[in-house]
Design a protein around this ligand. Sequence first.
Ligand SMILES: [Ca+2]
Ligand SMILES: [Ca+2]
Length: 292
Amino acid sequence: MRNIYANTNYNFKNQTLNLFFLLVFFTLNSSFAQYCSVGTTSSSYWIDSFTTTGGFTNINNTSTYSTSGYGDFTALSVNQTAGSTFNFNITTSSGTHGINIWIDWNQDFDFNDTGEDVYSSGSYVSSTSGTISIPGGTSNDSYRMRVVANWSNTDPSACGSTTYTEAEDYTLVVSAAPTCFAPENLTANITSNTSADVTWSAPSSGTTPVDYEYIISTTNTTPTGAGTATTLTSNSFTGLTPDTTYHVFVRSNCGGSDYSNWLQPLFLLGIAHITRLILLTGLMIFIQQVEI
Ligand SMILES: [Ca+2]
Ligand SMILES: [Ca+2]
């Protein structure tokens, strides 16, 4: 009997040890699980812009060439419910590209599974747009979306380093429909080199807002706090610094602590140049670049 107890004890210890190593393995494995790298050996071609419409929150990202051909824009997200769709538009730097988009629906850190190749241009395009469907039953969660454009391949891969490629990663957030929607039609009118008027319109869906909040910033970071409240659907910003990029964020306040997401920044105040003819005394005419 002693031997049996001894063996039982030994087996128990052995199984505990195995379980320990199994847990360590899975912990390490999940810690290091990551998406395959993708990029390029050439900086000649890239994705200029990736925008979405039709989501509760949309992406509006203009970018140039990303270092090594990979742009991590996963902080930017398009938000929509399962069983619905959103639209995308892509423009490229120059020439024509083959373009593919993937979404890692089963969240296993690859883009190989059935249905994960959500868009393929199938041919060379300089810009393209389309509609992506979120399968019904998709769990509310965040999903990796990868966009790859290749100047010399009509069917670029999601992984690996290839010539004339740029890849950009974004996030798709699948969630229940909100009740408070962001304002729409955010537009900016630059009125001088230190001022601009920004207007928006009430959301066409959801609860009618009590008022709106806005924040003006020189960084492209979504606000975490409250903004300046207004019942108007416009605001004039003055005292701005010339030659500076500004981002304006606007959200709806539907009352009862029900706020919309911040509308993605759409407004850049830079310098616009016009050519002004200056007629001096005599017959001399100068051409001067003037900032407005
Ligand atoms: Ca880019
Ligand atoms: Ca997958």
